[in-house]
Design a protein around this ligand. Structure first.
Ligand SMILES: [Zn+2]
Length: 434
């Protein structure tokens, strides 16, 4: 399940899965009612609002990766388990065969030839630069981020759209609502100011509480019906409505930001800002424990995700661009300064939709839409649980200057603290590697 690390989305996934089971049970009826696609050329199986990939876009990347490195990255970070890709990716001695359309083997296999080990390693085509590809930093420079292009993506939308993505939390009548899309924007604006002072070129994917996408729920009704039919789910009015809502607030919004990042901003790295939340067990909002922190890199694709033609293509593209190394090194470094600033314990995945790639328990691999479709290293932040009592209290305090005592500790306002954790990590990282 893509989208964001939130209970509401996980709940929606379960609803969809139940729909699949129902559809399987009723498959005879589906066929006779004409809902099933023509078996000779089915509609490609793709992610929500995704497009069938053009496999020839991998042509310039032929013979740029060795068999050993390809298999290492696939197994170590990208596939949740080796059996998750064996239906769609065949590893041969000198090439990988990648099924072009998972529900239609007659469309054939894309042949990705491995680099001959006698050849020098080659740099794949990409718009982002690794630190060694950036100009050297003058000794004792006061601007350690000089010339680095950083996209900052404030997660969600907020404002009048706050109820559309279900990322808000309000307890009591006379309290401020905790709205993720507005909080991430506050952090993004602090980062824009502070990282710019350190020499970076900072670009925000949004600067207001308005959607980046021009689509709306009303304009996505047909796409919602098509998506459900493609997954052999009976398109009831309730499911069409909930699918179109997710298509607007998550899929279309994030894909629009992806287009902006890939086609216009073309940064060296992207920072995706979020606040986490603990799963709520009832409709009535209440405080939950514990409070925690983690960072995500892209990886841990499930069998169902790898079966999506566009998702499989994007995974292969990330492997060929060697995004993993930069993403992990950045996340590793920033996780340390984030931990120091936030004083939060780590969050642990149970291994189903997130997995460890090293011994840092603050960094996990997970396949989310933003960290898959932004074609550069992406560090995805999930600090602070919004429905934790202390975080709710800190949001009520607002963006105060200086320090205030919170539970016996003098602390910065939560937005500055979040931003400072990132800034310090970036400075440490680039001082080391440039
Ligand atoms: Zn979020």
């Amino acid at each position: 399940m893509r989208a964001i690390n939130h209970s509401t989305h996980i709940l929606s996934a379960k609803v969809i899965q139940q729909g699949v089971l129902l559809a399987v049970a009723l498959s005879g009826c589906l066929t006779s009612s004409g809902l099933a696609e023509n078996a000779s050329s089915p509609t490609p199986y793709i992610a929500r609002l995704g497009e069938a990939p053009d496999w020839t876009q991998l042509d310039p990347l032929q013979e740029t990766i060795s068999r050993e490195e390809f298999v290492y990255l696939l197994r170590h970070c990208y596939a949740h388990a080796p059996e998750d890709y064996t239906d769609t990716i065949l590893i041969q001695p000198d090439r990988a065969l990648i099924l072009k359309q998972s529900n239609f083997p007659d469309a054939g296999w894309y042949e990705l030839r491995f680099k001959n080990s006698n050849h020098l390693s080659s740099t794949p085509a990409k718009f982002w630069r690794t630190p060694v590809e950036m100009p050297d930093l003058p000794v004792n420079s006061s601007k350690p981020l000089e010339g680095i292009r950083i996209a900052v993506d404030p997660g969600h939308i907020g404002g009048k759209w706050v109820t559309w993505d279900d990322r808000h939390f309000k307890v009591g009548r006379d309290t401020l609502s905790v709205n993720e899309g507005e909080m991430t924007l506050k952090v993004a604006k602090i980062l824009e100011r502070d990282l710019t002072l350190l020499g970076a070129e900072v670009m925000l994917t949004r600067t207001s509480t308005n959607p980046v996408t021009s689509e709306r729920i009303e304009t996505l009704q047909d796409e919602a019906v098509e998506y459900l039919k493609q997954r052999k789910i009976v398109p009831s009015s309730g499911l069409i409505a909930s699918t179109a809502k997710k298509m607007f607030a998550i899929s279309s919004e994030i894909r629009s930001r992806g287009d902006l990042v890939n086609d216009t901003l073309q940064p060296d790295l992207a920072l995706c800002l979020h606040f986490n939340a603990s799963p709520a067990t009832s409709r009535r909002p209440s405080f939950r424990s514990p409070n925690h922190l983690h960072l995500l890199i892209n990886g841990c694709y499930s069998k169902g995700e790898i079966a999506e033609d566009d998702t499989r293509f994007e995974m292969i593209m990330r492997i060929l661009q060697r995004v993993y190394y930069e993403e992990l090194d950045l996340s590793d470094e920033i996780s340390r300064t984030m931990k120091k600033e936030t004083r939060l314990p780590s969050f642990h995945y149970d291994g189903t939709n997130g997995m460890a790639v090293n011994d840092n328990d603050l960094v996990w691999a997970r396949n989310l839409l933003a960290n898959r479709v932004f074609f550069c290293p992406v560090v995805f932040f999930e600090p602070y649980c919004m429905n934790h009592r202390e975080i709710h209290g800190r949001v009520q305090e607002g963006e105060y200057a200086g320090l205030r005592e919170i539970n016996g500790i003098y602390r910065k306002n939560i937005y500055q603290e979040y931003a400072d954790g990132i800034t310090a990590g970036l400075v440490n990282y680039y001082r080391k590697v440039r």
